[in-house]
Structures are given as structure tokens and as C-alpha cells.
Design a protein around this ligand. Structure first.
Ligand code: NDP
Length: 450
């Protein structure tokens, strides 16, 4: 990076850190985007004059509220919840809700900020938002989760709506939680509209929404490989996580002929040298989605597999890595190990799974690196399609939605190639940031000082 560009980045980041003290995850996400955008902004003075970066990094509003609920022993419990409505320049706010004890305002601001660019990349009219709570659904009974969701919606419903803000799922918020949230929203608003996405199929959900993020991530990876006349077929694939994104990334990687070697959770990683095929994956789905069990149980059932407690998958040699668990799960050392072992492609199913140092290592090695805002945009894209179906009051078939998902991922890939090509190489990080930015920037300029 040229010296004066570097100085502009540092000066901007200094101000941002001062305005948002202690929000490390938010700083990290903004730095990654700023490093991509700054040369472009300096070439286009109208963006700088309009203070676009400063405005884009300031959320439209953040709603913070207490959620009081009653546990099974009759004790009152209280959690904190947020909705970060970041930017609605190109459409109503849209983004998931996360329930996890690690949720803070910084985490939700980083996720909301990323969501602005991701939603823009999909080509659909959706602004960026994120929300959630430090509530931990793990170990809670069905009734406790229900009471928490119902209580949270009593406040949240005032701030959302089909034309205002449309939440969805994320870590700790799956079909069960969305159903409780939607049921309560429906009651409080006395409407039946598509204000939440990820709904059950019998009450307005879309086919392929459950699979969309994982499938989309693999489609994006396949697009990157196809551009080099290669494909996932015959490749070994390491996947982290064993939640919604990981399971369906594993399913599609297998369908396209890849051999999935790992899955993980916060307890550790399982390594199956024979590959996690369709039948074994059906067991994982049952284990994680229905029984809410631990991934270590896989190694008890399939004896050739090994369980490595408190480890991540990245020490296991693979051609393709799909991080699908959580933020900062690949650090510099993990990245170097992956590269040393011959990894040729990384596509991020999770949000910001690679640290800045890990990203730098991948980009400097010139391997295929699909950043989250492009590679995992399939989830929100199908959420957008769920909204369209709700507005039209009809339901598209599995094939129709899957075809649309595939074509959206292909278009996102093409946008990244358009904006990120440098000689014979594509920098997908710069490509995704720039392609996402331009559409929002033009809208913000058109609105004037709003
Ligand atoms: P789930 O809750 O379904 O699964 C999360 C998985 O990641 C679990 O296996 C969980 O293990 C593991 N995990 C979570 N936190 C940690 C941690 N701190 N350390 C190790 N493992 C961890 O969530 P999703 O699959 O929906 O989300 C995964 C990622 O994908 C997130 O980054 C999310 O933001 C991103 N994403 C999700 C989308 C969606 O449509 N769901 C859309 C786009 C992005 P354990 O059960 O032990 O906690």
C-alpha cells in the first residue's frame, strides 16, 4: 500500500477507535474494509467530500434493552439485547439475531457493518443490521428458550417490520427460536407478514433457506475454482463448526464430489479420514439439530474417526478450508499451517473467521480466498427471496429457489472478479468490498445530507 494511502487509513482508524473505544471486533471489520476502499475513495474525491466512510461506520441507531424472563425454577433472570440498525440506504434493515454469551455491542456492530456490504452484493434491496443477546440457549429447556424469545419480542416488535427491519437467525438462533419469535411478533402486531425470515415451511418459510448459507459458500468456492478450470471434485475439505452453516456446506461439498474430513464445535474437532458421507451427515444432523448433542459423539459412533478436544481443524491437511463456526477461528499460525499443508482455497462460511493476519497470509500466498461478505451471502439472499415469496403470497419450489441461489452466488463471484482483478489474479477481498460499497455510496450521495 502506498505511503499516503496508509497514512489516510491510519488517521481514519485512529478517529474510529477513539469514537468506539474497546470495540475490537468492530475495529477489525472496519479496518479490513477501509484498507480496500481507501485507494478508491482517494481517487474519487466526491466520496471523501461527502464523508462517506465516516457516515458509513456510524450506525443509523442502536436499540439496547433488557430481557427479563423466568427460568424453570421460578427465578427471574435478565439478559441484555440489542438491535443495531446500521444502514438502510438500499432497502429495509436486514440481518440475523445471535444468542451467545460472547455477544457484545462490538460483535453486533462488526456483524451489522459487514452485513451492509454483503446485502448490497446480493443485488437485492436490503440494508444492513444485526442483533441478538448474551443469552446462552445451551443447557436451557425448551420452555426457557420459548419464554426468553417471547419476552425479547415484547420489546423488539416496536422496532421491526416488513418494510423497516427484517431479522433472521444466526449462531444460537435456528428454526426453533425464529418460530417462537415470529409467533410472538404475529400476536403483538396482529399481522401475518414476513417480518422474520428463516420461518417454518408451514408458516411462510422458504425452501432452501436452511441450506442456503452452507450451499452458497460451496457454490462460491466452486466458482472460484472453476475460473481456474478446477473444481471441488476429488478435493479434501476441512470444515469447522457443526451448526447450520457447517452441516449444509458439508452436504454440498459432498454432493459436488469433495471429501469432507472434519467438523467441530466449541469442544473440539472430529477427523474422519474416510470422509463424512451422506449417511454420516444424516447422523450429525440428528445429533446436532434434534438431540442438541456434542460433535465428540461422532467419534464414539464411527470408530475410524478421531476426536481432538479443544482443537480446531486447521492442522489437518486439506485442499479446501471452509471455516463455518465463528469469528477469528483462523489465526496467523493456522493460516500458515494450512498453506504449508497445500491448501489452495478458503471460502468463509462464518463471519470474519480469519484474523487480519491470517487474511494477509492467504492473500500474500495468492491462494483463492473468498471473504465472508461474498462467500456466505447465500443465506441472506434466500432470506430476501423468502420476503419476496411472502409479499407475493406464494411459495417457490426447491428447484426454483436453488437455481436462484446458484445464480446469485455466480453474480457475486463475477462482481468480485470485476472489481478485484489485479493482473491475472483476483483479490476477492478488495473485489467484494468495492462491489458492495459502490451501490451504497451512490445511494448515500443521491440522498444528500441524511
Ligand atoms: P449455529 O449456532 O447453527 O452453529 C454454530 C457452530 O459454531 C456450532 O457448531 C458451535 O459450536 C460453533 N461455535 C460457535 N461459537 C464457537 C466458538 N466460540 N468456538 C468454537 N466453536 C464455536 O450457527 P450458524 O451455523 O448459523 O453460524 C455459524 C457462522 O456462520 C457464524 O459466524 C454466523 O454469523 C455465520 N453466518 C450464518 C448464517 C446463517 O444463515 N445461519 C448466514 C451468514 C453467516 P457449539 O455448539 O459448541 O457452540
Amino acid at each position: 500500500m502506498l505511503k499516503f494511502v496508509r497514512e489516510e487509513v491510519e488517521s481514519f482508524m485512529q478517529g474510529l477507535v477513539k469514537r468506539n473505544p474497546g470495540e475490537d471486533e468492530f475495529h477489525q471489520a472496519v479496518r479490513e474494509v477501509t484498507e480496500s476502499l481507501m485507494p478508491f475513495i482517494l481517487q474519487h474525491p466526491r466520496y471523501k467530500q461527502a464523508q462517506l466512510l465516516e457516515r458509513l461506520t456510524e450506525p443509523d441507531r442502536i436499540i439496547i434493552f433488557r430481557v427479563t424472563w423466568e427460568d424453570d425454577e421460578g427465578n427471574f433472570r435478565a439478559n441484555r439485547a440489542w438491535r443495531v440498525q446500521f444502514n438502510n440506504s438500499i432497502g429495509p434493515y436486514k440481518g440475523g439475531l445471535r444468542f451467545h454469551p460472547s455477544v457484545t455491542q462490538s460483535v453486533l456492530k462488526f456483524l451489522g457493518f459487514e452485513q451492509i456490504f454483503k446485502n448490497s452484493l446480493t443485488g437485492l434491496p436490503m440494508g444492513g443490521a444485526k442483533g441478538g443477546s448474551n443469552f446462552n440457549p445451551k443447557g436451557k429447556s425448551e420452555h426457557e428458550v420459548m419464554r426468553f424469545c417471547h419476552s425479547m419480542m415484547i420489546e423488539l416488535h416496536r422496532h421491526i417490520g416488513e418494510n423497516t427491519d427484517i431479522p433472521a437467525g444466526d449462531i444460537g438462533v435456528g428454526g426453533r427460536e425464529i418460530s417462537y419469535l415470529f409467533g410472538q411478533y404475529k400476536r403483538l402486531s396482529n399481522t401475518f407478514v414476513g417480518t422474520l425470515t428463516g420461518k417454518g415451511l408451514s408458516f411462510g418459510g422458504s425452501l432452501v433457506r436452511t441450506e442456503a448459507t452452507g450451499y452458497g459458500c460451496v457454490y462460491f468456492c466452486e466458482n472460484m475454482l472453476n475460473r481456474l478450470d478446477d473444481s471441488i471434485k476429488g478435493k479434501s475439505v476441512c470444515i469447522s463448526g457443526s451448526g447450520n452453516v457447517a452441516i449444509y456446506a458439508a452436504e454440498m461439498a459432498g454432493k459436488l464430489g469433495g471429501k469432507v474430513l472434519t467438523l467441530s464445535d466449541s469442544g473440539g474437532v472430529i477427523h474422519d479420514p474416510d470422509g463424512i458421507d451422506e449417511e454420516k451427515l444424516a447422523y450429525v444432523k440428528e445429533l446436532k439439530e434434534k438431540q442438541r448433542g456434542r460433535i465428540s459423539e461422532y467419534a464414539e459412533k464411527y470408530r475410524k474417526a478421531t476426536f481432538h478436544a479443544d482443537r480446531r481443524p486447521w492442522h489437518i491437511p486439506c485442499d479446501v478450508a471452509l471455516p463455518c463456526a465463528t469469528q477469528n477461528e483462523i489465526d496467523q499460525q493456522d493460516a500458515e499451517t494450512l498453506l504449508k499443508n497445500g491448501c489452495i482455497a478458503v471460502a468463509e462460511g462464518a463471519n470474519m473467521p480469519s484474523t487480519l493476519e491470517a487474511m494477509k497470509a492467504f492473500r500474500e500466498a495468492n491462494i483463492l480466498f473468498g471473504p465472508a461478505k461474498a462467500a456466505n451471502a447465500g443465506g441472506v439472499a434466500v432470506s430476501g427471496l423468502e420476503q419476496s415469496q411472502n409479499s407475493l403470497r406464494l411459495q417457490w419450489t426447491h428447484e426454483e429457489v436453488n437455481t436462484k441461489l446458484k445464480s446469485i452466488m455466480k453474480e457475486i463471484h463475477e462482481k468480485c472478479v470485476h472489481y478485484g482483478t489485479k493482473g491475472d489474479h483476483v483479490d476477492y477481498v478488495d473485489g467484494a468490498n468495492l462491489a458492495g460499497f459502490v451501490k451504497i455510496a451512490e445511494s448515500m450521495l443521491a440522498y444528500g445530507a441524511v
